[in-house]
Design a protein around this ligand. Sequence first.
Ligand code: PLP
Length: 387
Amino acid sequence: MEEIYLDNAATTRVSDEVYAEMMDKYKNVYGNASTLYGLGREAKQVMESARETIAKSINADPEEIIFTSGGSESDNTAIMQTALSRQDLGKHIITTAIEHEAVLQPMRALEKQGFEVTYLPVDENGYISMTDFKEALRDDTILVSIMMGNNEVGSVMPIHEIGEILKDHQAWFHTDAVQAYGLLDIDVQRDHIDLLSTSAHKINGPKMIGFLYKHQGVNFPSFVKGGQQEDKRRAGTENVPAIAGFGKAVETITSDEKHRRQEKYYGFKQYLIDQLKANNVDFEVNGLVAKDNLNHVFNIWLKGISTYVMQTNLDLAGIAVSGGSACTAGSIEPSHVLVAMYGEDSPRISESIRISFGRYTTKEDLDKLVDAIVKTIGRIKKKGVTN
Ligand SMILES: Cc1ncc(COP(=O)(O)O)c(C=O)c1O
């Protein structure tokens, strides 16, 4: 059975060019980048060339890019190391209720260690309010960690406005750009961002590689301790083929390409909305369909149909979508994002699916998805069982 993959916010297929790049480097560039002989120097050169490409993609200097094992490690590092190294200046942190667990769990760990964390609420469309943010900001705030774009509903946060306020404040500004990277134009200087997390596997690169951007003025000790790699900022022998693959993935996503993708995915959303309506599917979109949101994420409430039943039936039809927060879920757990948006009593919590588009998604995939949703609903209604 042909697989239809519509869970690109969870992860993406490695592109052919990334695959070719990595195979070449696995075979030919196997030296340890910290060694001084030819093979080591070659590995270092490959790594530094990727670092340059990546730095350019967010208007940073190459020295500000630290390779990590991905989004989770970058988030953990930014949050834990900022808090622990700046506690003399205050113990207050601001974040949002709809961050990824890679942000929320370090926050909870810090609360246990005596830090005070403000979780900004979101409205029904998944946006924070700047009034709430301004009210929450205090003299003793040392860190603000607000995601660039949400992984479940695609809401984009007012990063530029927050950066403008924080540039004259002691708090360091961290943003989790794991979902936004590859779709939005990111400029750490324009937006006064101090720390930024990304992950290669969301943009057709390999898994377990990402970077943490750390502004030159930001100083904290390495989270992973050991050797002197990454200029003593992250120990561990660098995965040069993965870094080269990451660099290749970034190289192919030019600014034009980002805009093309955003347009294409926005069109996909409109198309799905039209098709579902034409087939009399009773649904509502979770969040807002807006051009400047992350358009690869399309989260819908299929009224009266449980997430579990729909997801399992789609799986039987060879279609991969997500229920709940796919990044954390092996099982389906209530999404804290939907709870924050609609309250825990909303039927949306147990009757929604997330469809997410990627580079290889086609209109035919969407037609097959609609067909499978319509058939599933028909079968369920016939049997009278929805949950
Ligand atoms: C917004 C966000 N942050 C962090 C992560 C974690 O990234 P990684 O899987 O690279 O650790 C994910 C995805 O899974 C994500 O969507």
